[in-house]
Design a protein around this ligand. Structure first.
Ligand SMILES: NC(=O)c1ccc[n+]([C@@H]2O[C@H](COP(=O)([O-])OP(=O)(O)OC[C@H]3O[C@@H](n4cnc5c(N)ncnc54)[C@H](OP(=O)(O)O)[C@@H]3O)[C@@H](O)[C@H]2O)c1
Length: 261
């Protein structure tokens, strides 16, 4: 299948590790040049080097905190100045605190919304005119927590549900402007976040990490955890010329964990 992504340009937020790094790697393997965004500049540089070496594509790093309102405009300007076009935005940087609802403070809620909700909204607003120029695409990395209310994931669930609606709303505007907007909902993907989650389960249940892993897989009804590369494949497809009729599509990539319609 021809994805038609060669020599096009993507911005990937939250790209120095985890899902974002996996997505950026896959896009570069498909021939895209990429701008990587995250706070830790050193880690960003390491990820960029690894992608350059394995793909031969051009990679720039834009270290910044996307909770800061001005950051989104600067990311878009710097990417456009470096590459002269922007074809794809992958909104991925997100970190919401997982804890018992009554242990969460106003600051936890504000922090979670500042990055994953307001960050996605600001990046979308800032990049939109550039995407209109080339009839480009946005893929929002959301999360299957959007579908199901879970007591210890209230901030993440609320933000993800909001972002699914935001994806549909921007897809509606995108019909007018020629921009496609889709989303991928990852399930349990092997990242630092999942490792921390398993450690938390182990401590709470007096299990070792292997036992906690088996317990989590059983509770989720899945055979294994996913990989960042598998999310990257889904993003590359949705961004590609093979998915040009996919507008507002929301794709669960979760090993079958989500059973609701
Ligand atoms: N892993 C999963 O199983 C899973 C499941 C469902 C949904 N998701 C979603 O997928 C996305 C990525 O998850 P992940 O597991 O890969 O997360 P992760 O390993 O914790 O990575 C988060 C990325 O975001 C960056 N980031 C964090 N705060 C930032 C800020 N204020 N400004 C700019 N960048 C920031 C981090 O780099 P710095 O810390 O250096 O800034 C890092 O690159 C998130 O939106 C998450 O909600 C993940």
């Amino acid at each position: 299948m021809e994805l038609n992504l060669k020599d096009k340009v993507a911005i990937v937020t939250g790209a120095n590790r985890g899902i974002g790094a996996g997505v950026a790697q896959q896009l570069a393997l498909e021939g895209m040049n990429v701008a990587l965004v995250a706070r830790d500049a050193e880690k960003l540089g390491q990820t960029a080097d690894s992608i350059r070496q394995s793909t031969g594509r051009e990679v720039i790093t834009l270290p910044c905190d996307l909770r800061v309102p001005e950051a989104a405009t600067a990311v878009v300007e710097q990417t456009f100045n470096a590459f002269g076009r922007i074809d794809l935005l992958v909104n991925n940087a997100g970190a919401t605190r997982r804890a018992d609802f009554f242990d969460l403070t106003d600051e936890d809620w504000q922090d979670g919304l500042a990055l994953k909700l307001h960050g996605y909204v600001r990046m979308t607003r800032a990049v939109w005119p550039r995407l209109v120029e080339v009839q480009g695409t946005i893929v929002n990395i959301v999360g299957i927590g959007a579908w199901t209310g879970v007591g210890e994931f209230t901030i993440g669930g609320v933000v993800n549900a909001a972002l699914m609606n935001f994806t549909k709303a921007m897809a509606d505007i995108g019909k007018r402007d020629g921009v496609r907007v889709c989303a991928v909902n990852p399930g349990r993907i092997q990242t630092d976040r999942l490792t921390r989650n398993i450690q938390r389960i182990a401590e709470a249940s007096s299990l070792d990490t292997e036992e906690a892993t088996v317990l989590l897989l059983k509770e989720c009804g899945i055979k294994r955890f996913g990989t960042p590369d598998e999310i990257g494949h889904a993003v590359a497809f949705l961004a590609s010329g093979a998915a040009t009729f996919a507008q507002g599509a929301i794709l669960d990539v979760d090993g079958g964990e989500t059973r609701a319609i």
